[in-house]
Design a protein around this ligand. Structure first.
Ligand code: C2O
Ligand code: CU
Ligand code: CU
Length: 450
């Protein structure tokens, strides 16, 4: 049922055309736009209602990544919107202020649809954050950056090369687009800038940094503010993950945001064999090894004041694993040559509920990576805490609420979580690897909250 006064969003999924290279149009998918879609702004506590028209020639879904909501509104593979149909989910916005996003979650088709453009940011605002006076003027001192790598062929067209190599490693391109733009430039008018970075790539991990090794203030992760800001020189994000940083422009010098690919630098599989030789080099996806990508050039205003970012940001409950009443274990594996994408030995089956999770109980979810490449593990309908990685304390980005977490090769990450409400014995939520080609190939499972 819908609360009176719910805010209504009307959106259409539409076929588009976009010039990734000037003068050459490629077919794309957008949300009220040729490619990507509008940033939706919501307030914590309010009710939202959507009218989503699918004007594509194919089925699609729209998933609210990071949101706690009824399973029927989740937008996972069970909420298919057929061509010509309208989907009308509604829910109350429960999470803390942060950057979230919405994107396709089509059964075995999230990879190509997100790649074609079916993704966009969501800003959730709340009172707790507004009290802090952080930069929050959208498009002025607070900007979202959706970072996506794309394969552009010799004729300038966007291609989705689902080769053997890409089925295993995920589709990775050697051209980087930010909010759909290559070599993006931002003219700042203020002395500091808040960047909300979303790794919206299908498969590539990035280490974001400022040219010249300058520092940034890390203030938030997937699910909102950290308890305090951290001075960092780089931030690693896997697909699906977000981070917010504040950068200082008061010196009036131009700054450049860069990203490198950690896996390429290390050797994708950690040099541990299995996929040696030709498979590891430049793939047919045009994957360039050890590249540093230019993400954004920031041009400062001539005179700008620096405003102090408060050190103390949020008050978060301590992560207390002793409150957990049970532990569930999830083992991620790829099989030989990536032919056996699985969790706990099984590939995703739309007709199998893998886990039944009681509402309101703290649990520890142990995510173990049995393969030789990193997987970003994502859970729907919850913001969790990271307890530890192989027994080690989590890094600053993982000290707040998260919905997606990197699990490195042979590593085990322990998460603490609780589903607060929204029980439904029949309709499941998903947990999965957020490398979209892995998700599409079955590294996904289903759970119900009961
Ligand atoms: Cu961002 Cu299950 O997805
Ligand atoms: Cu999600
Ligand atoms: Cu994966």
């Amino acid at each position: 049922e819908i609360e009176q006064g719910a805010r209504v969003f009307r959106l259409s999924l539409t076929p588009g055309q976009k010039e990734f290279v000037t003068g050459v149009a490629s077919p794309t998918i957008g949300i009220d736009a040729p490619y990507l879609g509008p940033t939706l702004e919501m307030r914590r506590g309010e009710w939202v209602q959507f009218h989503i028209d699918n004007k594509l020639a194919e089925g699609a879904t729209v998933h609210w990544h990071g949101f706690e909501l009824p399973a029927a509104a989740d937008g996972g593979p069970h909420q298919l919107i057929r061509p010509g149909e309208r989907w009308r989910p509604s829910f109350q916005v429960r999470q803390r202020a942060s950057l979230y996003w919405y994107h396709s979650h089509l059964e075995r088709g999230a990879g190509p649809q997100v790649y074609a453009g079916l993704a966009a940011p969501i800003y959730v605002r709340d009172d707790e954050e507004e009290r802090l006076d952080l930069p929050s003027d959208y498009g002025v001192d607070d900007i979202p950056l959706i970072v996506q790598d794309r394969v552009i062929d010799g004729s300038g067209r966007l291609v989705y090369p689902l080769s053997m190599h890409a089925r295993m490693m995920g589709v990775r391109g050697s051209r980087i687009f930010v909010n759909g733009t290559e070599n993006a430039v931002f003219d700042a008018q203020t002395g500091q800038l808040r960047l909300r970075i979303l790794n919206g790539s299908n498969a590539r991990l990035y280490d974001f940094s400022l040219e010249g090794d300058r520092s940034m203030q890390l203030i938030a992760s997937d699910g909102g503010l950290l308890d305090r800001s951290h001075i960092v020189r780089s931030v690693r994000l896997a697909p699906g993950e977000r981070a917010q940083v504040i950068i200082d422009l008061s010196e009036g010098r131009p700054l450049r945001l860069l990203a490198s690919s950690p896996e390429n630098a290390m050797g994708m599989m950690g040099g541990r064999g299995m996929m040696g030789g030709g498979m590891m080099g430049r793939g047919d996806s045009g994957d360039a090894s050890a590249d540093v990508f230019q993400i954004l050039d920031i041009r400062p205003a001539s005179s700008a004041q620096r405003i102090r970012v408060p050190t103390q940001l949020a008050s978060l409950a301590p992560t207390d694993p002793s409150s957990a009443v049970r532990t569930r274990r999830f083992v991620l594996d790829m099989g030989m040559m990536g032919g056996g994408m699985s969790i706990n030995g099984a590939a995703m089956d739309m007709n199998v509920i893998n886990e039944r999770v009681p509402v309101g109980q703290w649990e520890i979810w142990e995510i173990a990576n049995a393969s030789m490449m990193a997987h970003p593990f994502h859970i729907h309908n919850v913001q969790f805490r990271v307890i530890d990685r192989d027994g080690r304390a989590p890094p600053p980005l993982e000290t707040s609420l998260k919905d997606t977490v990197i699990v490195n090769p042979r590593e085990q990450v322990r998460l603490l979580l609780r589903f607060e409400e929204h029980t439904d014995p029949d309709l499941p939520y998903m947990y999965h690897c957020h490398i979209l080609e892995h998700e599409d190939a079955g590294m996904m499972g289903q759970f119900v909250v009961v």
